[in-house]
Design a protein around this ligand. Structure first.
Ligand code: NAD
Length: 313
């Protein structure tokens, strides 16, 4: 059996084309231009590339991008100050602090300082809690992209056994929540799991986000499994010395057993940025709804905002 290759790049392009139309309509009809602020602290080359890509792709779909670049020695208090300013700016709808941050910065404090409605990475404690409870909120981008790819390739997720390898707060954990919401039976494996091959062999859906090149072997897989390989690993060919990017799954071995599989690169990666842009558009729309709600005479928000105006004036 030959697996079909899931074209994440093509899917992301389609999503971005839809977003570009949404953004154009928001500008024309509501005079609302979604705006994404990105913050990069330090000069990690990979982070620089990621942030630049995010900002460029945002602009391509019509989202305004504000880029903040701070020196590596920036302290937590200064970064909190920048986040507070962006939280207070009604023309900023999404705030993204590129990770990893330098070790001396209190990462948890920074992520939780972002206004939850502007938290387009979906890492704020409130958004993580909402996701765990199955309540609408901003969802982390890579898991959101995974769910779109799965929905494209499987008519119904209900009752399928999904095995997620990796349980980070960025990928594995939120993805497990989304798969549960989609009524899958979910197994989450991690570095301490016993008998990984046996667990992987249960999967109708296998998502691997371990950061371990070639971890998953072809002969572990159930026939007909749908595989999303989230891993991005840079390896150097010992003979030629050239570097290349590979996933966590042995792609060529998996082709014989899987029904469908994402390549690396060109699979889940492009979906992550597309979903960041989608979150920015959602956040912008929600901001307008909040404003409308605030302006409803008699609402609690209306009173509160009037009180604030009185205090300020
Ligand atoms: P992480 O290091 O925070 O977490 C890795 C997880 O994998 C941990 O839960 C760990 O227990 C588990 N793990 C590691 N080795 C394992 C093993 N041998 N067996 C079983 N479990 C194992 O990493 P992360 O941030 O979640 O990223 C994981 C991978 O996904 C990395 O390669 C990263 O570059 C990639 N990634 C890709 C995208 C994308 O857009 N495609 C986005 C985020 C992360």
């Amino acid at each position: 059996m030959g697996a079909s290759i899931i074209d994440g790049r093509g899917r992301a392009d389609r999503l971005c084309a839809e977003l570009a139309m949404d953004v154009a309509a928001m500008i024309a009809q509501d005079n609302l231009r979604p705006t994404l602020a990105t913050i990069l602290v330090g000069d990690d080359p990979a982070s620089e590339i990621y942030v630049r890509r995010k900002a460029e792709q945002a602009e391509q779909v019509g989202i305004r991008s504000l880029r903040f670049r701070l020196p590596a020695e920036t302290d937590t208090a200064s970064l909190l100050g920048l986040v507070a300013g962006l939280n207070a700016d009604p023309d900023v709808h999404g705030i993204l602090v590129q990770l990893p941050l330098p070790d001396h910065i209190d990462r948890a404090a920074i992520l939780d300082a972002i206004e939850p409605g502007k938290d387009v990475d979906g890492f704020h404690t409130l958004n993580a809690g909402r996701l765990a409870l199955g309540v609408t909120g901003l969802v982390p981008c890579t898991p959101a992209g995974c769910m779109i790819l799965l929905a494209d390739h499987l008519s119904d997720l209900q009752g399928r056994h999904a095995v997620v390898v990796g349980c980070s707060n960025i990928v594995g954990r939120p993805l497990a929540q989304l798969l549960l919401q989609a009524r899958c039976t979910v197994t989450v494996a991690h570095i301490h799991s016993v008998n990984l091959p046996g667990l992987v062999g249960l999967a109708d859906i296998l998502v691997v986000a371990a950061g371990s090149p070639g971890l998953i072997r072809g002969d572990w897989l159930k026939f007909g499994v749908v595989i999303l390989d989230v891993g991005i690993n840079r390896i150097t060919d010992p003979v030629t010395g050239t570097a290349r990017i590979v996933g966590d799954v042995r792609f060529n071995e998996a082709l014989d057993r899987a029904a469908a599989i994402t390549p690396v690169p060109g699979g889940v990666g492009p979906m992550t940025i597309a979903c960041l842009l989608r979150n920015t558009v959602i956040a912008a729309r929600q901001s307008r709804k909040r404003t409308m709600f605030t302006n409803i005479p008699g609402s609690a928000e209306h009173h509160r905002s009037n009180m604030q105006e009185e205090v300020i004036s």
